[in-house]
Design a protein around this ligand. Structure first.
Ligand SMILES: NC(=O)c1ccc[n+]([C@@H]2O[C@H](COP(=O)([O-])OP(=O)(O)OC[C@H]3O[C@@H](n4cnc5c(N)ncnc54)[C@H](OP(=O)(O)O)[C@@H]3O)[C@@H](O)[C@H]2O)c1
Length: 239
C-alpha cells in the first residue's frame, strides 16, 4: 500500500466512477479530500457515501473563471487528480465538428485549466495526476477524436513534469472500465460490449474503478515517479 496519509487531495471528477473510488481509498488511509464536479446532486450523494473527511465544490472545469474560483476557495492543498470527463465517440465522417470540439473543450482544456489554476496552490512535495485513456494507444474505430484528446493529455503531462518540477506530474491511461460513464447505454448492449472486450484481454475481464484508483494512489504516493503514463488496462494494448 502506498504511503499516502495526512494529505489534502482535490479530485475534479470525484463525484463518480474512478474519481469517487480514488476519494474512498484516500479517505481510508487518513487523508482529506475535496471532490468537485458540475452536478450538486451527484456531489451531495457522493460526499454522503464517503463520510467524514470529504467535502465538495461545484465546478464546470470547462469554465475558466469557475476553475480559478474553485482553487481560490480551497487554498493550499497537496495533490491534484483530474478524472473528470464527458466523452463520446462515433464515425469520423458523421461526427459534428461541434461535438468533436466539445470533447477537446471538456477532457483536454478542462485538465489544462485545472493544472493552470491548481498548481499555484500545491504544496512543495505535491503532485498532479491527469487522465488519458487506452484509445490513445490502441486505435479503435469510432474513437478518432477521443484518441487525439487522450494523446494530447499524455503529451501535456509529460512536458509539464519537466516544466513544473519539483511538482510531479503523471498521467493514468485506463482501459475499458465498468463505471457510470456508460450509464447512458442500454444494459444489454453495455454487458455485450464488456463481454466482448473481456474475451480479448489477457486478464479476461474489464476493469473496475478500484483497479484504476490503486494506480492513482501509486502515482500520488511514489515520490520517484514523474512524467510517466501508467497504463491500467488489463493488457489491452497487446490484445
Ligand atoms: N470508464 C472507462 O472505460 C474509461 C476508459 C478510458 C479512460 N477513462 C477516463 O477515466 C476518467 C474517469 O472516467 P470515469 O469512467 O470514472 O467517468 P465517470 O464515472 O463518468 O465520471 C466522470 C466525472 O467527471 C465529472 N465531469 C464531467 N464533465 C465535467 C466538467 N465539465 N466539469 C467538472 N466535472 C465534470 C462528472 O460529474 P458531473 O456530471 O457532476 O460534472 C463525473 O464526476 C476520464 O478521464 C475518462 O475519460 C475512462
Amino acid at each position: 500500500m502506498p504511503n499516502v496519509t495526512n494529505q489534502k487531495i482535490v479530485i475534479i471528477g470525484g463525484s463518480s466512477g474512478i474519481g469517487l473510488e480514488t476519494a474512498r481509498q484516500l479517505l481510508a488511509l487518513g487523508n482529506q479530500v475535496v471532490i468537485a464536479s458540475r452536478s450538486a446532486e451527484k456531489l451531495e450523494q457522493a460526499v454522503a457515501s464517503l463520510g467524514p473527511g470529504a467535502e465538495f465544490r461545484q465546478v464546470d472545469m470547462m469554465k475558466e473563471e469557475q476553475v480559478q474560483q474553485l482553487f481560490d476557495s480551497i487554498g493550499a492543498f497537496d495533490h491534484l487528480v483530474v478524472s473528470a470527463a464527458e466523452t463520446s465517440g462515433g464515425p469520423f465522417l458523421q461526427t459534428d465538428t461541434a461535438a468533436a470540439r466539445r470533447l477537446f473543450d471538456n477532457k483536454f482544456w478542462g485538465q489544462y485549466l485545472a493544472v493552470k489554476y491548481g498548481v499555484p496552490h500545491l504544496s512543495a512535495g505535491g503532485s498532479v495526476t491527469l487522465f488519458s485513456g487506452v484509445v490513445a494507444y490502441k486505435a479503435m474505430v469510432g474513437s478518432s477524436v477521443l484518441g487525439a484528446v487522450n494523446s494530447a493529455v499524455s503529451s501535456l503531462g509529460q512536458t509539464l513534469a519537466l516544466e513544473l518540477a519539483p511538482i510531479r506530474v503523471n498521467v493514468v491511461s485506463p482501459g475499458i472500465i465498468d463505471t457510470p460513464s456508460r450509464s447512458g447505454m442500454q444494459e444489454e448492449a453495455r454487458n455485450q460490449f464488456y463481454e466482448s472486450v473481456a474475451a480479448k484481454l489477457p486478464v479476461k475481464r474489464v476493469g473496475t474503478a478500484e483497479d484504476v484508483a490503486k494506480g492513482v494512489l501509486y502515482l500520488i504516493g511514489n515520490g520517484f515517479v514523474t512524467g510517466t503514463v501508467l497504463h491500467v488496462e488489463g493488457g489491452h494494448i497487446l490484445a
